[in-house]
Design a protein around this ligand. Sequence first.
Ligand SMILES: [Zn+2]
Ligand SMILES: [Zn+2]
Length: 304
Amino acid sequence: MDKSTKCALCPQKAVVHLKYFNRKLCKQHFSELTQDRIRKNISKNELVDKNNRVAVAVSGGKDSTTLLYSLANFAEKFPIELVGITIDEGIEGYRSESLKVVEKNYKKLGIEYKILRYENEVGKPMDEIVKKDQRLPCSYCGVFRRDLLNKAALEVDADKIATGHNLDDEVQSILMNYIRGDFSRLARTGTKTAADTGFVQRIKPLSVVPEKEIALYAMLNNFEVYWGECPYSHEAFRSEIRDTLNRWEERSPGTKYQIYNGAENLKELLKGAIGGAILFECEICGTPSPSVICKSCEMKKEVR
Ligand SMILES: [Zn+2]
Ligand SMILES: [Zn+2]
């Protein structure tokens, strides 16, 4: 067992021990590795093309803030244009606070941005919606947020939407879909969505970086991050999967990467076996939908 507290690559003090890699790294070498992973994920999987206009979904948390700075860094060497998109769900004390952080970061980087609010788009802020309905707020929020991110991206004329999903988020979703037997959704997860779905294509440049490492990276780089958690957040199944995965990872380091890589391969096989869903145009808003009225419009009606 290596008891040294030094970086494996230089004499500096190690700040992290990557067990799956059996390596201790200093601040500089850890940061370089993280940047390198993100850059390689973008180029290897062709997440962006030259002269793309990329809408970056930013909530102010560690993941999306790291995403914003990473893409700004990437854009210095590769010709892409960035525009921030942020959804204000209308959650007093949570989103109101994180929005301040988000706007500071946009301004610091000199990135144009657009904020869409539930109050205007859905008709009510989340604080009002939860008062009226006992159903899990996350189910509403997930549908509305996805819908509004797409709308915002169309309004700013973006070619892609980049989101801050990390390795843990991805692996949790893979297992959840697997356990539910939802293979068509499993085939649609991954570091980028298909280009021909009728929605703006989504890319996940951070999908190869574990959550803990993103938190560390954001701290070491002094990014201004909002660390608060949504007061309505309650996803029991996901939390259970998260805990289980962390236990597996602790016992056999590398498990998360193995599941992730396995699913990437499986996805290729599934693509041929599972045909795309037949999509209509929603009668109310015109977005592609498997039913004549899309989920978002249906939920908006309920909420109003
Ligand atoms: Zn080092
Ligand atoms: Zn609709």
